[in-house]
Unconditional design. Structure first.
Length: 275
């Protein structure tokens, strides 16, 4: 049993929660907790052994907690995701392989692409691919078609695996804190087209990637995972692009593991991540 709690902090919360577990006959296997003193916010994730015949409901805990408490017990252990892509394959391929060998922590319900370049690899893995073009469509029509397709699968999360279109606030509002994006860490230093060429021209020594939840502020949503690697003067722009793709794949994979195993808490525009 996984129990997740976020609430206003006060003295005695850990004791109250532990007491409730004991009263219910539940054994705490491990507990990660953190207090954000600046926000006076308490976060805890418990992994609890649940003997047969024992039960615990959210209503058993809420009277012990501040009135703003958000309590989730036993979130779905096998999440569902829909992946959105354009033309780049590296992040999608990693997700499909993990999904095939059941190490993703979720099942890929479908892939949506605004180009059909990656349809074949999806078919090879037996994953439905929906080609929804943005050409000769208004942004509203394009996004409405995507949203309708996503809703048919009722996923827990939508993963932008190098989906190269900016989503409108209206679209984001349909899936609050449920859209996960991966991008190169050059933002906002190297914005626009060809970030790796810009980085090469500037002679950068570190490149990386950031996975974050999507909000209305472009590439400024709560950060889930980041990673950097060192490069040097011998790297061409193509070398940097290759290295960048590898780190993007790694960062997105790590972010998905954290989110899908309910280790990420969001408050305001920040995250608490129990790794």
């Amino acid at each position: 049993m996984i129990i997740i709690i976020q609430c206003r902090d006060r003295v005695g919360l850990v004791s109250a929660i532990s007491g409730a577990m004991s009263k219910a006959g539940l054994n705490i296997i491990n507990m990660d907790e953190y207090v954000d003193k600046a926000e006076n916010r308490f976060f805890v994730r418990l992994n609890v052994e649940q003997p047969e015949g024992t039960r615990l409901h959210e209503d058993d805990l809420k009277p012990l907690l501040p009135d703003d408490a958000i309590v989730t017990i036993n979130p779905s252990p096998e999440k569902k995701i829909v992946v959105m892509v354009t033309k780049e394959y590296h992040c999608l391929a990693d997700i499909l392989i993990r999904n095939y060998f059941k190490t993703l922590g979720a099942t890929v319900q479908a892939v949506i692409g605004n180009h059909n370049v990656l349809e074949d690899i999806c078919r090879r893995f037996g994953i439905p691919f929906h080609y929804i073009t943005h050409e000769q469509e208004t942004k509203g029509q394009f996004e409405a078609a995507i949203a309708d397709t996503i809703n048919n699968y009722n996923p827990d999360y939508v993963v932008l695996a190098k989906f190269m279109r900016i989503l409108s606030p209206e679209f984001v509002a349909r899936f609050p804190m449920r859209v996960i994006n991966i991008h190169h860490s050059f933002l906002p230093a190297f914005i626009g087209a060809n970030p790796y060429r810009q980085a090469y021209n500037r002679g950068v020594k570190i490149i990386g990637a950031t996975a974050h939840f999507v909000t209305n502020d472009l590439d400024e949503g709560p950060i889930i995972s980041q990673q950097t690697i060192h490069v040097n003067h011998t790297y061409t722009a193509q070398d940097m692009m290759k290295a960048g793709r590898e780190v993007e794949t790694s960062v997105l994979a790590n972010a998905l593991q954290l989110v899908l195993h309910d280790r990420v808490f969001v408050y305001k525009n920040k995250t608490v991540v129990f790794e």
